[in-house]
Design a protein around this ligand. Sequence first.
Ligand code: NAD
Length: 469
Amino acid sequence: MSETHHQVIVIGGGPAGYVAAIRCAQLGLDALVVDDGPALGGTCLNVGCIPSKALLDASEKYHQARHEFADLGIGFDKLRLDLGQMMARKQSVVDTLTQGIATLFKANKVKYIRGRGRLLPQNRVEITHPDDEEEIRVAEHVILAAGSRSAEIAAAPTDGERIVDSTGALGFDEVPKRLLIIGAGVIGLELGSVWARLGSQVTILEAREGFLPMTDAAVSREAMRRFKAQGMDIRLGARVLSSKVTRKQVTVEYADATGQHKIAAERVLVAVGRTPNSDQLAAAETELLVDEGGLVHVDEQCRTSIPNVWAIGDLVRGPMLAHKGSEEGVMVAERIAGRAGHVNYDTIPGVIYTQPEIAWVGCTEQQLKAENVRYKAGMFPFSANGRARAQGTPEGFVRVMADAESDRLLGVHIIGPSASELIAEAVLAMEFDASAEDLARTIHAHPTLSEALHEAAMAVDKAAIHKFG
Ligand code: NAD
């Protein structure tokens, strides 16, 4: 039987895989995407970035209406939460965007098969269709982009009802009175924020003693202060020992430095990281190199241990972020087409969509200290920024760090309003190897939040205008 041949087969249609396929098609390559999800877009579009942002934005507006509108001079008689409508809107945002990828595939002539892909020797791919029919196709290049799934812990196994992962916590049908979250990482804090704003009493158990270790220490201190003030009860150094599910609640036992404790909640969200979907992705005879954590071994350009097989996104080293996977997708497509695709791993921005938002790029102060790098730092608070004051969001600050001698930017850290958008300027500046002075001498419109970044860059040279000291 003859096997259908493609130039490129991409296994996985999330932000890494679908972007890789579209870029391949733009470069004239015949690309097929194999994805077993009900809709294209992977975790990010279906049960991750997009639905969580829809709920974060909606819940923030509800919170503002409840607690902040009066200060703006806006009153109303009765505020009502329609959780069903909030969830329906979230789903319609997801549907629009996932269908958008299908439309992009058609426009770019990217082929798509719904099914499960598995790499076989000699760049052959076994595809299992939803009806269990199997077929084998062959490609000159295979791109593995199968993503990741929520990690599990034995002390609190998910049941999809009382103990859930992030997908479950995006779809509660009522606001839990008490929500217990295991893991104070990005998902724990974002989904904790959603449900706290909608009325849940949120407790977060975090195994580590430190809080948000990937962020600058000054930012994590400020974040902890703000989240506590919002009523989130974050307990550090808390090791979960066991959980007991009854008809109406879950009781979780945990230990910290002060001893053993029990805590009960209607729902428990387990958000302790993600595991790469590398198991069952390749037949053993392919000898695909995978490390003990499940990450597929790749070089700087995402080549695996097998010639003409590439791996990108959450399957490989580096932060599990949609935009990182997409950039790797573009790089690999360009490499396959004989071009010089490249990812600058030093300028990948990180964002936490809490309130205030947290965003960063480059090194933290603690990293610079550990590496004995001599640096200068400038800080500017949003409380001294006219636009932040006018819109009622004076919390947080911008910190800029630059090399003590060359003045080259080393890291930018923001906690405050629209940090997720403001960080783009810092990423661009670092991508262009800018100095703090380059940012300081760039004209920023007034009144805008971006002036806080401008003034923080000026503060590196002790020249901020609207700041004492
Ligand atoms: P994470 O790695 O951000 O945080 C997990 C936290 O759980 C860590 O702080 C860890 O110390 C803690 N932990 C681990 N085991 C524990 C245990 N047994 N008990 C208590 N705490 C424990 O992972 P996440 O929040 O699950 O997110 C998963 C991935 O998805 C991350 O890579 C994240 O970057 C990505 N993500 C990104 C965004 C964003 O960019 N805004 C949003 C959501 C998810």
